[in-house]
Structures are given as structure tokens and as C-alpha cells.
Design a protein around this ligand. Structure first.
Ligand SMILES: [Zn+2]
Ligand SMILES: [Zn+2]
Length: 134
């Protein structure tokens, strides 16, 4: 089974995931905009288990629909590398940019599309949702 490794900017925190992503999406919500410092987050969901190396700091945030998300970021350089949703132990979401792989599969869904900066153009065929359909 193929593996991929995502890493923070300084390389201290790494996560290795197995197999192909179950889904790839972009999120335009304002929390992701602030979290990433970018105007949207690109996320890939993988089946667990995953292997983490290094030290992660944690930040919990409640989603609009009451779920709690546990974000893991590097305490040295601040990059958010991955997150999981409480009670959803079967999957982990990894920041696509942390793979530093321009050939990574393109997103298929766009969530919180109502918050999308109007100059951000989605790949054709992307399914857009005004909020999080999950
Ligand atoms: Zn780092
Ligand atoms: Zn978001």
C-alpha cells in the first residue's frame, strides 16, 4: 500500500498516511481562513491508522454543527499538519499543502462555498456546498 508523508514547515512534525485519500476538498470557512492564513484550506481525508513523528501541539475548535475538531500543529513553526473530528476515529484530515506535492489529486468538493473569495475559481466539476454537508 502506498504511503505519503505530510510535514510542517520546519520538518519537526510529520504524519504518514496509507493508501489513497478517501476525499479531497477545500474549505472556505472563516475559521479555516484564519487557521491557515490563506483564503481557503485544502484538506485530504485518509483512513486511519496513521503514524505521527515529532511533537504536536493541539487546538480544539467546535464546528457549526457541534462537532469538535482536534487540530495538531507544530509548536516550533506553527504549521497545522492534520486534524481529526472527535468520535470519528476512522479518518484523519491532512493539510494538502503539507505534502508539498504538486501532483496531489485535485479537490472534488468545496465547502462553505458562501465564504469563498470571489476571485478563487474552482476546478470544473467541483461540487460546491454552502456549509459542511457532513
Ligand atoms: Zn515545524
Ligand atoms: Zn473550514
Amino acid at each position: 500500500m502506498s504511503t505519503r508523508t505530510a510535514s510542517c514547515s520546519c520538518g519537526q512534525l510529520r504524519v504518514e498516511v496509507r493508501g489513497e485519500p478517501l476525499g479531497v476538498g477545500v474549505c472556505h470557512c472563516l475559521a479555516c481562513q484564519r487557521r491557515t492564513g490563506s483564503v481557503f484550506a485544502a484538506l485530504a481525508t485518509f483512513a486511519t491508522p496513521y503514524t505521527m513523528a515529532g511533537t504536536a501541539a493541539e487546538y480544539f475548535r467546535a464546528g457549526d454543527q457541534g462537532s469538535r475538531f482536534q487540530f495538531r500543529f507544530c509548536p516550533v513553526c506553527g504549521t497545522t499538519v492534520f486534524h481529526s473530528e472527535e468520535g470519528q476515529e476512522a479518518t484523519v484530515s491532512v493539510a494538502v499543502g503539507a505534502f508539498a506535492d504538486p501532483s496531489f489529486p485535485a479537490p472534488k468538493v468545496s465547502i462553505y462555498d458562501c465564504r469563498r473569495h470571489p476571485w478563487v475559481v474552482l476546478p470544473s466539476g467541483t461540487k460546491a456546498f454552502d456549509t459542511d454537508p457532513a
